[in-house]
Design a protein around this ligand. Structure first.
Ligand code: XUL
Ligand code: CO
Length: 441
């Protein structure tokens, strides 16, 4: 491939300079090559760039069009623009030093007038991506299909009342799985943006959920038939754009997947801002997924405490991330998943340099949280406290309860004859909060 011109001429590859550096374009905590437990930090954290935000986001909001103008968007031919944009993206991936990226089909290639034309456009950009992946070593963490922007999907894709739309979505996802496989994608994501409803006056909820399950079964069968080995992930979100989305949170997702016999085939892609929109903490969603052995990947971002929608901001809250990373480490890591920055610049952050500041902040916050979480886990103070708190279930009648070897009759006899009144023990929340802070500061 011929040497492409630089799109970020004034910015060099971001270096690790340590916590004391004054250089705003350097990492303070993320040292990609540092070996931790026999693996590089880069391999532990598996950072990924979200193509849709960083290379398709223009800062538009309901009150005004985009503010962000990139020089690589100039030109008339949509395919050449898409290729140019992809060159800029891969230069960014290298300079910010991430090993992965993620995309929707329509992020990387323009939609055509027909599905066949859209597929041809996609093929051209997939060829380009393949060459760039080979040249840079950057890999595809996951692919997905955009089943929510085009007006045909206004009432959903797999849950659309019109079977014709279901069929179209199936054809689009078939192609998206094909190209994800072709690019060596390690996962494939299903986010049901419009798989929900606005009003039950026009919605058959049960039928729509049955259809969503049928769609996912078809995807599983198709992946098997072509030998796609990537992990399927479902990404819950309670609302927005639909008022009520079927995969509301991890718990309802688990119930849905188990109800329809899909639990062996999918894990969860947990997004921080979706967790908080559902009224949960980020750590809660990770713990619920981990409890079911279904923690797959993370869409790393944050909401705004004062706003009730999906602001998709870069997360610099080290405390929140440390707690999340403790749960990730205890769950044994993310496997084929990673930390994908599903986060966008604020509307007035219009400089290409802002893209670097945003990701440096997000990566450093996660790297610091990772180090703190490793210390917390290694010290074992919190896990020791937990073990002690539940120790009464480790032997005697507590163990019999866990093993379901006793019932109400036996426990009734035990309390009346032997145990009597339980002695309450402090939950020690304030002590534990202080202990957590001692790791943070
Ligand atoms: C939307 C969202 C999506 C998914 C991929 O809130 O998070 O970008 O991550 O479709
Ligand atoms: Co997301």
């Amino acid at each position: 491939m011929k040497k492409a011109k630089s799109h970020f001429l004034r910015i060099r590859r971001i270096a690790f300079e340590g916590p004391r550096t004054n250089n705003p374009l350097a990492f303070r905590h993320y040292n990609p090559d540092e070996i931790v437990d026999g693996k590089t930090m880069s391999a532990h954290l598996r950072f990924s760039i979200a193509y849709w935000h960083s290379f398709r986001g223009v800062g538009a909001d309901p009150f005004g069009p985009g503010t962000i103008q990139r020089p690589w968007e100039a030109g008339k031919d949509p395919i050449s623009i898409a290729k140019n944009r992809m060159d800029a993206a891969f230069e960014f991936f290298q300079k910010i030093r991430v090993p992965f990226y993620c995309f929707h089909d329509r992020d990387i290639a323009p939609e055509g007038r027909t599905l066949a034309e859209s597929n041809r456009n996609l093929d051209r950009l997939v060829d380009h991506a393949k060459a760039l992946q080979r040249a840079t070593g950057v890999k595809l963490l996951w692919g997905t299909a955009n089943l929510f922007s085009n007006r045909r999907y206004m009432c959903g894709a797999a849950t659309n009342p019109d079977a014709h739309v279901f069929a179209y979505a199936a054809a689009q996802v078939k192609k998206a799985i094909d190209v994800t496989k072709e690019l060596g994608g390690q996962n494939y994501v299903f986010w049901g943006g419009r798989e929900g409803y606005e009003t039950l006056l026009n919605t058959n909820l049960k039928r729509e959920q049955d259809h969503l399950a049928a769609f996912l079964h078809m995807a599983v069968d198709y992946a098997k038939s072509i030998g796609f080995k990537g992990q399927f992930l479902i990404e819950p979100k309670p609302k927005e754009p639909t008022k009520h989305q079927y995969d509301f949170d991890v718990a309802s997702g688990v119930a849905f997947l188990r109800t329809y016999g899909l639990e062996k085939f999918l894990k969860f892609n947990i997004e921080t801002n979706h967790a908080t929109l559902a009224g949960h903490s980020f750590q809660h969603e990770i713990e619920v997924a981990a409890a079911h052995g279904m923690l797959g990947s993370i869409d790393a971002n944050a909401g705004d405490e004062l706003l009730g929608w999906d602001t998709d901001q870069f997360n610099t809250n080290v405390k929140e991330l440390s707690l999340a990373m403790v749960s990730v480490l205890r769950a044994g890591g993310l496997g084929s998943g990673g930390l994908n920055f599903d986060a966008k610049l604020r509307r007035p952050s219009i400089d290409p340099e802002d893209l670097f500041h945003a990701h440096i902040g997000g990566m450093d916050a996660y790297a610091l949280a990772f180090k703190i979480a490793r210390r917390i886990v290694a010290d074992g103070k919190f896990s020791g406290f937990l073990e002690e708190r539940y120790a009464s279930y480790d032997s005697g009648f507590g163990r019999d309860i866990e093993k379901q070897r006793v019932g109400f009759r036996e426990l009734n006899q035990l309390v009346l004859r032997k145990l009597g009144e339980p002695k309450p023990r402090s939950g020690k929340q304030e002590y534990l909060e202080n202990l957590l802070n001692s790791y943070l500061h």
